[in-house]
Each structure stands twice: as structure tokens, then as C-alpha cells.
Ligand binder design. Structure first.
Ligand code: F6R
Length: 364
């Protein structure tokens, strides 16, 4: 079943171009240049607030969606991990849209949060990879990802497919709110359509990433930095590394470094910087220089332009294709997944079945 791959996780990482293309097929009409969600009776124009709830990697997909929904649709977004949301007595205006994101559709905390939101008169949208799951059955608006079964415990293709659906949802909401011109919608669709090829190009750097895994494998701690919609990718990169290689890793918003974590920097703590070219590039790079000035060892993930501007003095660089900032979070998922994967393989840990973890967390 793994074909030529050594692990399910590796296979699933490489399936992402096809999984994302398959998922997009249900949410965009490329020839019309339109996003098209099966919204049914749910009138997105009446949505005044979105509340996003999820756990783990799915939560990080939700964090990216917050940036997108607020940017495109100008609708305020609250986001919380399910285990906090369900017990913190959140204030929910009746008629709000509550959005639950889950690969399995069975995560106990997320399901309980969904039922709580229902009891508070929220309209329920779910993004799930298992269309027969409990969450799918309880949704008003079901937005499936078409990643296919994910076997590796560490989520990979489900995550990028969640992002694809959430980008389409953000654009659809923006259109419904009168915030998106025809041209802007066409551009978004065009950029989304470019994602599978860009994912493929990112996967083309697998060998480079494998050959630098030995730089990270001996570390006790690793930091990941990103900004804007790529900040959740820093969190996701750190989670992937923790889960499968058992190296302590943390993701930070790049601008937060100087408020504490920079105290950790020395030559034994590699710092992985996610910095695609775009409006936030200079800001992220200046945070990176602060780290370097304190002896930090940097791995810079950027495109050719970014690496040319800022790659000098890094212990390693990973080149990504140049992409529109909208799809950068999908594309930059690939190098952080591959890095975690190759570090785990270098360390000899169990990639598909990491210790203490289960694929579906159906207990609280
Ligand atoms: C990390 C991972 C977990 C899940 C989390 C939620 O690689 O897979 O963090 O994302 O347990 O699971 P789902 O998405 O099934 O609700």
C-alpha cells in the first residue's frame, strides 16, 4: 500500500498536489473564475462573525483562515482550541457562523464544542476529511476535504486540503459580503489553481531537505518563525517536528522573538525561518537578523528572490517556488513536513506511529 515509499507519512506528503487538486475541484470553477461552495440554505451574506474551533494541526489551518477571512471578507473571526472553547463560556451571538475543522470528524473536544455552539444558536459549518463522520452528520454546511485516507498519525495532506477549502470559503464569504470584485475573485481562483503545481515544485526539493536533516537531528530545541498567515505554519512545523522526532520545538510569530524567546538563542538552537517574498518579507528578515546577531543558526525557507536577498550566512536554505502570498501557507507546509520527516528518519524514530499519539482522539 505504501508503494515505493518508506512510510505512509512520506507517501501522504507526496500525494498533496493531487489531493489539493481534487479538493479544489469541488470548490472552484476555473473557467468561470468563481469559487463555488455548496452553501445550500446558509446565506453567507448574513454572517456577522465567524468562530473557528479545532485541535492540533486542524487548529493551525483555522488560524490561517482567520487571516484570510478578516482580510478578504472583513468579518471578525474568533478562534480557539476546542478544549478551551467548550469550557470558557464563550459569548456567541445567535446566528453566528461556527466553523469546525477536523481531519477525522470525531475528535471528542471538537465534537463537544460543535454541540455547544449548536445549543447557542450558531450555524454550523464543518471541514472534515471523513464525510461519514459525526461532525459531518451534524453540520448545516458540510465542506469535505478530498485528501483520501490519511494513515500516518502526523497530519499532512489533510492539512493542505483544509487550507484549500478554507481559502475558497474565505473568498466565497467575501463575495457574499460584497467585498470581492469579479477581478479579485478571478485572481484568487487563478492563484488557487496554481497551488498543485507549486506543491509539486516544493516537493522537488526533497533531496536538499534530506541532506540537511543531520543539521537538525542532534538539536535539543528548535525554533520556527513566521509572520502573518505563515505564522501558523511555524507552529505547524514545530508540532510536526515534536510529534515524530521528539525534538522540542516551538513556533513563534517572528515579531515576538524580542519579547522573550530570543533569550534562548545560541548556536545549539537551530531557527527555521519561513519567509516567502511578499509584503511581510522584510519584517521577517529583520527579526531573523536579530537572531543571527546573537549567534543563532538559521535555516531560511524562501523563494529564489528571498534567498538571494537574505540567504547569506544561513547554515542552510530551502528554496520554494515563487508564489502568491495567498497560497504560500499551502506551499510552505511541504518543507516543514519534509524536514520533520527526514529528521525523524535520521533519528530512527517511528514516523507513522509516534509514541503516545493516536490518529483519532475520541476521548477528552
Ligand atoms: C498533528 C495531528 C493532530 C490533529 C488533532 C486534531 O499532526 O494530526 O494535531 O490535527 O488531533 O485531529 P482532527 O483533525 O482529526 O480533529
Amino acid at each position: 500500500e505504501k508503494g515505493n515509499y518508506a512510510h505512509y507519512m512520506q507517501k501522504e506528503i507526496f500525494e498533496q498536489p493531487i489531493a489539493v487538486a481534487q479538493t479544489l475541484q469541488s470548490y472552484v470553477r476555473p473557467f468561470e473564475g468563481e469559487v463555488a461552495l455548496p452553501t445550500g440554505d446558509l446565506d453567507l451574506a448574513t454572517v456577522g462573525r465567524v468562530t473557528i474551533v479545532a485541535c492540533g494541526t486542524s487548529f493551525y489551518a483555522g488560524m490561517v483562515a482567520k487571516y484570510w477571512i478578516e482580510q478578504f471578507a472583513r468579518v471578525p473571526v474568533d478562534i480557539d482550541v476546542a478544549s478551551e472553547f467548550r469550557y470558557r463560556q464563550p459569548v456567541l451571538e445567535p446566528g453566528g457562523l461556527a466553523l469546525f475543522i477536523s481531519q477525522s470528524g470525531e475528535t471528542a473536544d471538537t465534537l463537544a464544542a460543535l454541540r455547544h455552539a449548536r445549543s447557542e444558536q450558531q450555524r454550523i459549518a464543518v471541514v472534515v476529511n471523513v464525510p461519514t463522520s459525526s461532525m459531518a452528520r451534524e453540520a448545516d454546511l458540510l465542506l469535505p476535504t478530498y485528501a483520501g485516507p490519511e494513515i500516518g498519525v502526523a497530519s499532512t495532506k489533510a492539512f493542505t486540503c483544509q487550507l484549500a477549502v478554507l481559502a475558497a470559503l474565505s473568498a466565497n464569504l467575501a463575495r457574499a459580503k460584497g467585498r470581492l470584485s469579479r477581478e479579485e475573485e478571478q485572481e484568487i481562483v487563478q492563484h488557487l489553481q496554481e497551488a498543485p503545481a507549486a506543491l509539486n515544485a516544493a516537493l522537488g526539493h526533497d533531496d536538499d531537505i534530506a541532506s540537511m536533516a543531520h543539521l537538525i537531528a542532534p538539536a535539543r530545541d528548535v525554533l520556527y518563525l513566521g509572520r502573518g498567515p505563515d505564522y501558523p505554519l511555524a507552529l505547524e512545523g514545530a508540532l510536526k517536528l515534536k510529534e515524530i522526532s521528539y525534538i522540542h520545538a516551538e513556533g513563534y510569530a517572528a515579531g515576538e522573538m524580542k519579547h522573550g524567546p530570543i533569550a534562548l538563542i545560541d548556536e545549539a538552537v537551530p531557527v527555521i525561518v519561513l519567509a516567502p517574498s511578499g509584503p511581510l518579507f522584510e519584517k521577517t528578515v529583520s527579526n531573523m537578523q536579530e537572531v543571527r546577531a546573537r549567534g543563532g543558526k538559521i535555516v531560511l525557507i524562501s523563494d529564489a528572490k528571498g534567498l538571494e536577498d537574505a540567504g547569506e550566512g544561513c547554515i542552510a536554505t530551502i528554496e520554494m517556488p515563487e508564489v502568491h502570498p495567498l497560497i504560500a501557507p499551502l506551499v510552505y507546509a511541504v518543507p516543514v513536513q519534509l524536514l520533520a520527516y527526514h529528521v525523524a528518519v535520521t533519528k530512527g524514530t517511528d514516523v507513522d506511529q509516534p509514541r503516545n499519539l493516536a490518529k483519532s482522539v475520541t476521548v477528552e
